[in-house]
Structure formats: C-alpha cells, structure tokens
Design a protein around this ligand. Structure first.
Ligand SMILES: Nc1ncnc2c1ncn2[C@@H]1O[C@H](COP(=O)(O)OP(=O)(O)OP(=O)(O)O)[C@@H](O)[C@H]1O
Ligand SMILES: [Mg+2]
Length: 299
C-alpha cells in the first residue's frame, strides 16, 4: 500500500521545551489516522511541521515518499485553525475568494458545499452561520482543491453533540471518497469512532501506535463473583489472566487476548469453585489510554 506520509525522527524544540521528541510514524493511503494525546503533547506542532508552517529542529518527513515541495502541497487539504472568512460575504462568495487565492482554475464550489451540507445555505452570509456550519465551511474550503489528504486539527472542538456527530459523519464520508485523513484529537472517543489507525503522543514522544480495531476489540475483562469466600489467590493462579483486581462486588480479571470467560469458568470449576456471576466486559479505549499514559511514566 502506498505511504502517504512518513515522518522520521522529527524533533521540535522551543527553547528548553521539547514539543516533538524523536517522532517517527507512517500513514498508509486510505486510512483515517488519529494522532491522540493530551493537551500540550505536540499534536498541533507536528501538524504544523508537516504542513511547512512551523520549522523543525531535526528529522525528516516525506509526502508520497518524496521530499516536500510546492506541488505536493496542492494534494493536501488542511484545517489547522478556523480559517478567516469574510463575515458579510456568503459561503459561495467566500469560497470563490479561497479558490482565487489558491489559484484553482476550476473549483467545484457547489459540489463541496453539497458535500458538507451547506448547499441550501450557500447564499447566506457567513456571520449568520452556527459554529458547526462555520466548521463545515472550513472543511469545504479545504476540499476545494480536491486533495488526496485531509489534515484536521481537533475538528469538533467547541461544537455541541449534534455538531460533533455531523462533523464525524462528514469525516467518514470524505474517507469513503478515497481520501486519506490525518486527524489530531485529545478525545479518545473521537479517535475510536472515526479513525482506523492511531498513535498516542505524550510530551512529544510516541508511546503507542496501532489499529483502532485491535485496541477496541482486543482486551476483555471478566467480572467474577462468588457467593462467599476469598478466591483472589485461586484467580491469580489462572494462566489466562494478565491481571486480577478486587472490587466491591468481587473480582475483575483482565484476560490474555485469546482467552475467554469460558476458559476462566472451566479453570475455576476444576478448582472446585462455583461462581454466582461471570460477565465479560470490553476494556474501553479510555481505560487503556489512561493506563498507557500512566505506564509510560515508569518506563
Ligand atoms: N510557539 C511556541 N512557543 C513556545 N512553546 C510552544 C509554542 N507552540 C507550542 N509550544 C509548546 O509545545 C508543546 C506542544 O504544544 P502543541 O500545541 O503542539 O500541543 P497539542 O498536543 O496540540 O495540545 P492541545 O491538545 O492543547 O492542542 C507545549 O508544551 C506547548 O506549550
Ligand atoms: Mg493542538
């Protein structure tokens, strides 16, 4: 598969602060790639560097396996912060100006407005738009050059639940059109809902990368309760467990990826233990993310 973006040992220092610390990653074509990390972890700085608006301290990056040049910039649509539109002009008028600035010979203004569902409002002034509509117009503006890649930095920031849902749906639609998407977010939920692949940044370093489906489906935890007695030690002897925790009702057993509640039940039965409750939970991405961030402190 074609590699859209390759970053190698990228470093950005602001004085004493290292905003990006030896970051290497690869974005394959056709993915919705999430850069997930808490505030200040270096997401925006990384996007700024690969868009050539922030100078890097070290490292390299390649778009479509080539050193970046002006022609490649035309294949990339980006929204780093809300672009400035003229408040008294309509969506159509604003996009015409964008097309002129970007020197696009044949911009499909109606097409992109339909795509972001602003076509019905295309002759209304920008200042009458809701926040969600303004954000959708930003996306329309980035789509004007029919880019192969879209870069979005926190695309749902500040929107209400409906606005958030609309933007996420739009991102999925754009991905279905065959565009690769790189999305920075501090929201796990967002990454889980829209991305196919992701990496986790912490203080400028990458501490995890993988497929969203692997993380979402991989780890199961089993709640175990018994009518009475302490079975902590017996549970610790179960080879299919990676962790046994006690909670108010009973126990929470984190399973190895290929093990299930059936294996655990069988084991307990063989040990002469009958359970009163056995329930498989999927570990949320959120819990795993928080654990990752905590684990990397000890590394
Ligand atoms: N122009 C600058 N001058 C000095 N330090 C900066 C500058 N821009 C960013 N930083 C620092 O670099 C680090 C990474 O910032 P960055 O904005 O890339 O993080 P982020 O992951 O995008 O955070 P957020 O989720 O809050 O948007 C932070 O410690 C920030 O204070
Ligand atoms: Mg940011």
């Amino acid at each position: 598969m074609e590699t859209v973006l390759r970053i190698e040992h990228l470093v950005k220092k602001y004085g004493r602060i290292t905003a990006v610390n030896d970051l290497s990653l690869e974005v394959p074509a056709g993915t919705v790639f999430g850069i997930l990390g808490p505030n200040g972890s270096g997401k925006t700085t990384t996007l700024g560097i690969i868009l050539d608006v922030i100078n890097r301290t070290g490292g390299e990056y390649y778009w479509f396996e080539k050193k970046p040049d002006k022609s490649i910039r035309k294949r990339i649509g980006a929204i780093l912060e809300t672009p400035i539109f003229y408040p008294y002009l309509t969506a159509v008028q604003n996009l015409k100006i964008v097309a002129q600035i970007k020197d696009l010979p044949d911009p499909d203004i109606n097409g992109v407005l339909k795509k972001v569902e602003l076509y019905d409002r295309r002759h209304d002034r920008f200042k009458t738009y809701s926040l969600g509509m303004k954000q959708r117009l930003s996306i329309a503006s980035a789509l004007l050059c029919n880019p192969d890649v879209m870069i979005l930095d926190e695309p749902t920031n500040g929107l209400d639940p409906q606005g958030i849902a609309e933007i996420r749906e739009l991102i999925k639609q754009i991905a279905l059109d065959g565009k690769t998407i790189i999305l920075a977010s501090h929201l796990l939920d967002e990454v889980q809902k829209v991305c196919t692949d992701f990496c986790v940044l912490k203080q400028g370093s990458m501490i995890y990368s993988g497929k969203v489906e692997d993380v979402s489906s991989g780890v199961a935890m089993v709640e175990v309760r018994v009518p009475s007695g302490d079975i902590g030690e017996v549970l610790s002897g179960f080879e299919g467990a990676t962790k046994v925790e006690r909670d108010i009702h009973g126990y929470l057993v984190t399973m190895q990826p290929e093990k299930s509640a059936v294996d655990l039940n069988k084991y307990l039965f063989e040990q002469g233990i009958t359970v009163s409750h056995l329930l498989t939970q999927k570990k949320s991405l959120e819990k795993q993310f928080l654990e990752l961030l905590a684990e990397s402190d000890h590394a």
